[in-house]
Structure formats: C-alpha cells, structure tokens
Ligand binder design. Structure first.
Ligand code: COA
Ligand code: AMP
Length: 631
C-alpha cells in the first residue's frame, strides 16, 4: 500500500511532476510535454499541447483492450420496471451512431449542445457523442423549470437540444417537451433544432421543421469516429448555483479532467477496472457527470444508471436489491438518500432481505453527513462509510479518506484529509491560517490540480470575482470549516447564500427573485433552514405592500406555485412567513445569517450594525408559530 503523506507532499511540492506521472495512465494521441502552464488570460491550464478524446478513452480504448464484452452500463429503472445492460461494444456503437446523427445535423467541434433528459442510457450516449465530436455539452437537470432552462440556453447558446419525451418521478409522469418548448420561447437565443427521444409511455408533440425524432434520425445515421482534441479544449459546461439568480457555467477541459478522474478512481475510491461502481445521483449534477458517466468509464468499470429514488420505487429496499443484483463494490450518494431510507426503515428490515456483502465502501457527498446517519449506516452495512467533500467547480474530490493509499481512521463529521493536489487551508478574515479547531474560510492555494474549472463560460470576470479575489493566490471554495490538531477537516457549511436541498445545490437569490415578483410582495428574503430529511430547505419571509390584504395561507400557496413553475419542483419551496419587517443593518442590508441562526435555533451574536434589535424577537415569534420543522 502506498503512503498518502509522501504522495500528498509531493503533489504540493512538485505538482508538475506528480501530475505528469499520472497523465501517463491515459492513452493520449499526443502526450503532453508540459504539465502546468498559464494561458493568455493568466489562468492555470493543465497538459497544454496534449491531444486526446474523452469518448475514445471511455469507450474505444476499452473495446480495443479486451473489455468489449464487459458490461459498461447497467440501467436500473424501478419507475418503469426496466433493467438493461450495455457492453462497452454496445455503448460504443450507440455513441458512434449518435455522433453521426449530430454531425449530420451540423454539429462540429466547439458547438454547444444542451441535454435535458431523464436518467436513461440515451443521456450517456448523448454526452459521449458530443465528446466524440468535440462539441461542448451542457446537461441541465430535469427538475429545473423552463425559466431555468432558458437562462442556461441564453448563456450556452446551443445549436441544438437533445431531450426525451418525459421522465417519471415516483408515480408521476413528467412531460419534458412542453418545458423545452416554453424554455425556447422564453430564451433570447433561438435554438434551431430539438432532437427528441420518444419514451413509450409519453409522446412528445413535435414542432415541424424544428423538432426531430431521435430514433428515426438514428436509422439514417452512420457511425462517426472521434476527433483529436487539445487537452485544454472544453468538454462540457455545467451550470451551478451561485449567490445571484444567474447560474455559473463551470467549464471542464478534456485533458485535466481525464487524468484527474482516472487518478480519483484508483487513489480516492480504491476501485479497480472491471469492478461495479454505482453513484446514485443524476447526470444533471456534477456527481452524475463525474461518477455516473466519465470516471467509471474512463477507468473501465461498470457503472449503474438508476432512474428511481431510494424509497417508494418501490420501497426502502431498492438500494440493497441493486447492490445485491449487480455486486456493487462502491456506492456513492448524498446522505439525504440514507436519511430517507432510515426514516421509513429505521431498523433495516428491508436490508435484511438482501445480501450486500459485495459492498466494500460507501462514499457520501453533496452535503454534510450528520453523525447519526453515519453511525446508522455503518452499523447496518458493516463497511467503512467515507464522507468526502467536493464541488461542481473541482469536478472531483478535494477532501477525502483516499482509499488507494492506507486508510485513515474515520472521525465522524469530518471528510478526513485533503486529496493529493489540493493545498487546503482554513483562513481567517485577513488571510492568515487559522489555529486548529477554529472555524474559518476554506481556501485552496493555487494552482488547483487538473480537472478543476479553468474559468467560467464566457465570464472570466465573474470567475475572478467569485473565486480568486477574496484571498489573492487562493481559490475561495464558498464553505466554512476547521482543521483539528491531526489536520482532519470539518466542513461547517456554506458562507454564502447557496443552499443544499436533498444534495441539490440551489441559490436562495434565485428563489427570492421569483418571490419578489409577486404583486403583493414589497420585499422578501429566502433563507435555507435545517431540515431533518433534506439537510436544508428554503424558507421565505415576505413583507407585504402597504394596503394589501392576503392571508399567509393564500400567499404561501401562490408563491409555492410560482417557485415550482419558475425554478422547479426541486427547490422544495414549501413555507412562507409574512413579517411586518425584516432585520436589517442601518445601511439597509438584510441580515440573512442572523435570520438563519434564529430559524435553526443556533446561538448568534447581536449584529452591531442592526437597525432595530427588537425585530429579531418578532422574527422568533413568527418562526415559533409556523413550526418549520414540519416540512
Ligand atoms: N424531474 C422532474 N421533477 C423532479 C426531478 C426531475 N429530474 N427530480 C426531482 N423532482 C421533483 C420531485 O418529484 C419533487 O416533486 P414534489 O415536490 O412534487 O414531490 C421535487 O422535485 C423535490 O425532489 P426531491 O428533492 O428529490 O424530493 P423527493 O421527496 O422526491 O425525494 C430524496 C427526496 C431525499 C429521496 C431524494 O432527493 C434523493 O434521493 N436524493 C438523493 C441524492 C441525490 O440525488 N443527490 C443529488 C446530488 S448528489
Ligand atoms: P455541488 O457543487 O452541487 O457539488 O455542491 C457543492 C457544495 O456541497 C459544497 O460547496 C458544500 O457546501 C456541499 N458539500 C459537498 N460535499 C460535502 C460534504 N461532504 N460535507 C459538507 N458539505 C458538502
């Protein structure tokens, strides 16, 4: 077993040599001669000059090297009662044909393609087909509403959208096509073509001349070969929530991404090629991009595409059944999934029906793992549970127990130690390192390792302002935390207005924009409050316009509908409180962090800048009346 500490020190002392060594583990068309460089804008770039193709590495390489008959994708869909497997050869054939289809539709290197699809195999083919051509995909999560999709269309400017006629949410069919039609209507950028995968249980209406049937076009298409791309060419854009209503377009390159993900499978997850790896998430999130699609396939593993929920599809035994049926080695999901299972099956009766002995480890991320869930799961499964911390921006783990090295003892509540390549520091207000056990801001000394975002899509200024300007020479992660005397890092939560709802990253500013648009609302604040199941949920505070009379119940109903329609059901916006006024500083800034502390019943210090301290007592009374723990 290799020594983590030596590797980690080497990765910081000489990142160039460390990552050039790792880069040898992928099959470049032209290997890079250089690890790290800076581009014309002064941003760090990895492996400039190297040439590769991510779709080739994920498929052709394995087919050419003895894995053609190995299962690449297992599709498990308890909501449609389907279960299917695809070998590497089959996925390659599907991807080649779809790439041919896209090429016939005029898609070429550098074009952007939006993908808005449920968890079906075609979404994986779509991502890999884009990658094959050098087209930049942008997958948008299906739980986002038309307005959110339109925002992303306007930023990414896709030539074409790939979609499906619908998806299934537990027992409810979601029609995707009306959402696509509405988003195209709302967007300023006009999308020329929409290609629709028709699912048997829901038929999409088609607009003549713009919408085309995926299956019919495939029949006419010819397999298409991969193109050689520069390591620094973008592979995809993934939009993520920031502190404003406008999402940030995270760019991922091809070279750094492939090297980093390959490294992570061996050294972080401790997985071997040929093993079955299951990330129970959605391709619309970074976990899905990296650990449902790219990393397992780059590493020659079998990946599982799960169209369902941990409970009610059909019950809380679903996860355990899939682990047993497919001999899953590593399972990765958000803690909220296990909280959901624990809530309905606290004593693990459903688990007893299945043999989950194939499981070596469970990895958790997306939100803080509470100690109670950690203990419950560890006792139930009798394997080590690894909480690890990372973000859309990094694309792969930043703090983890790296299982390819010797494992460290777990301290519940901590994601353990920095992953190789990440010089993670806890800084105080002035940028000095905090002493052990003192809370501060999580920052990462530049350069970031391969795979991390080089900048934001068409927005270098926002990239600098959001991540680089707070502490020069460091990347600002947006989370708070502390290190203990052994260097273990404990993440305590976001330091901005980003919230995590059932492992889904959302912006309260985005929800606030919608609430503020209601005709009765004079001003509002949306904050994330603690929730037993989902970790956090948004809670709206509203001050009515003078002269308006509306009951809290009616306003709540209308606002919930508006947020579902404009942001999407995934926001889980379910509660509204009407207040006479909001707590503000003398300069008029809403004291959101104090409101959060009050709602979560946490201690807080009276802000010295508060306009009128009495407003906090009013707020406490209103919150007590509402009983926000119900939702
Ligand atoms: N398309 C359309 N609607 C969607 C959707 C999608 N892809 N995904 C979620 N929604 C809807 C849900 O149907 C739900 O609607 P409802 O309010 O009408 O019930 C709403 O958005 C909220 O969804 P969700 O947060 O998933 O709540 P849930 O009650 O359906 O399930 C959990 C709760 C905890 C079981 C579920 O969130 C879960 O399994 N999370 C696990 C981890 C995960 O996927 N994390 C992502 C990043 S790692
Ligand atoms: P996303 O970009 O959607 O992956 O969300 C990233 C954010 O989720 C981080 O900035 C954290 O706030 C939170 N997060 C992810 N993993 C963890 C974890 N293991 N512990 C605590 N918070 C986490």
């Amino acid at each position: 077993m290799q020594d983590y500490k030596t590797h980690y020190q080497n990765s910081l002392k000489d990142p160039e040599s460390f990552w050039m060594e790792q880069a040898k583990k992928i099959d470049w068309f032209v290997p890079p001669q250089q690890g790290l460089s800076t581009d014309e804008k002064g941003f760090y770039r990895w492996f400039k000059g190297g040439k590769l193709n991510t779709s080739y590495l994920a498929l052709d390489y394995h087919v050419n090297n003895g894995r053609a008959e190995q299962t690449a994708i297992i599709y498990e869909s308890p909501v449609t009662y389907e279960s299917q497997s695809y070998t590497y050869q089959e996925v390659l054939e599907e991807t080649e044909l779809l790439a041919g289809l896209l090429k016939d539709q005029g898609i070429e290197k550098g074009d952007t393609v939006v993908i808005y699809m449920p968890m079906i195999p075609q979404v994986v083919f779509a991502m890999l087909a884009c990658a094959r051509l050098g087209a930049i995909h942008s997958v948008v999560f299906g739980g986002f509403a038309a307005r959110e999709l339109a925002l992303r269309i306007d930023d990414a400017n896709p030539k074409l959208i790939l979609t499906a006629s619908g998806g299934v949410e537990i027992k409810r069919v979601i029609q995707y096509k009306p959402l696509i039609d509405e988003a195209i209507e709302l967007a300023r950028h006009k999308v020329e073509k929409v290609i629709v995968w028709q699912r048997p249980f829901v038929k999409a209406g088609m607009k003549e001349g713009r919408d085309f049937d995926w299956a019919a076009l495939l029949k006419k298409s010819k397999p298409c070969k991969y193109v050689a791309l520069d390591a620094t060419d973008p592979l995809y854009i993934l939009y993520t929530s920031g502190t404003t209503g406008k999402p940030k377009g995270i760019i991922r390159d091809n070279g750094g991404h492939a090297v980093a993900l390959k490294y992570s499978m061996t050294y972080v997850y401790g997985v071997d090629p040929g093993e079955v790896y299951w990330a129970a998430s959605d391709v619309g999130w970074i976990v899905g991009h990296s650990y449902i699609v790219y990393a397992p396939l780059l590493h020659g593993c079998t990946t599982v595409l799960f169209e369902g929920k941990p409970i009610r599809t059909p019950d809380a035994g679903t996860f355990w059944r899939i682990v047993q049926d497919h001999q899953i080695r590593v399972l990765f999901t958000a803690p909220t999934a296990f909280r959901a299972i624990k809530k309905v099956d606290p004593s693990g009766v459903k688990h007893q029906r299945f043999d989950t002995s194939s499981l070596r480890n469970v990895f958790l991320a997306g939100e803080r793992c509470d100690v109670a869930t950690y203990e419950w799961l560890k006792q139930l499964l009798e394997v080590e549970i690894i909480d690890h911390w990372w973000q859309s921006e990094s694309g792969w783990p930043m703090i983890s127990n790296s299982l390819g090295y010797e494992a460290f003892p777990v301290k519940p509540g901590s994601a353990t130690l920095p992953v190789c390549g990440y010089d993670i520091q806890i800084l105080d207000q002035d940028g000095a390192e905090q002493a052990p056990n003192i809370d501060g801001t999580v920052a990462i000394k530049l350069p970031l390792p391969p795979g991390c975002l080089p900048t934001l899509w068409k927005n270098d200024e926002r990239f600098k302002a959001s991540y680089l300007s707070r502490y020069p020479g460091y990347y600002l992660a947006g989370d708070g935390g502390y290190k203990d005397e052994d260097g273990y890092i404990f993440i305590t939560g976001r330091i901005d207005d980003v919230i995590n709802v059932a492992g889904h990253r959302l912006s309260t500013a985005d929800i606030e924009e919608v609430v503020a648009a209601h005709q009765a609302v004079a001003e509002c604040a949306v904050i994330g409050v603690a929730n037993e199941l989902k970790g956090q949920v948004p809670l709206g505070f509203v001050v009515l316009k003078g002269g308006v009379t509306i009951s809290e119940e009616d306003l709540e109903y209308e606002l919930i509908r508006m947020v579902r329609k404009e942001v999407g059901p995934v926001a889980s916006f379910k509660q509204v409180i009407i207040a006479k006024r909001l707590p503000k500083t003398r300069s008029g800034k809403i004291l959101r962090s104090t409101m959060r502390a009050i709602a979560d019943d946490r201690p807080y210090s009276m802000p010295s800048t508060i306009e009128d301290p009495a407003v906090l007592d009013e707020l406490k009374d209103l919150i007590a009346l509402k009983d926000i723990s119900q939702e």
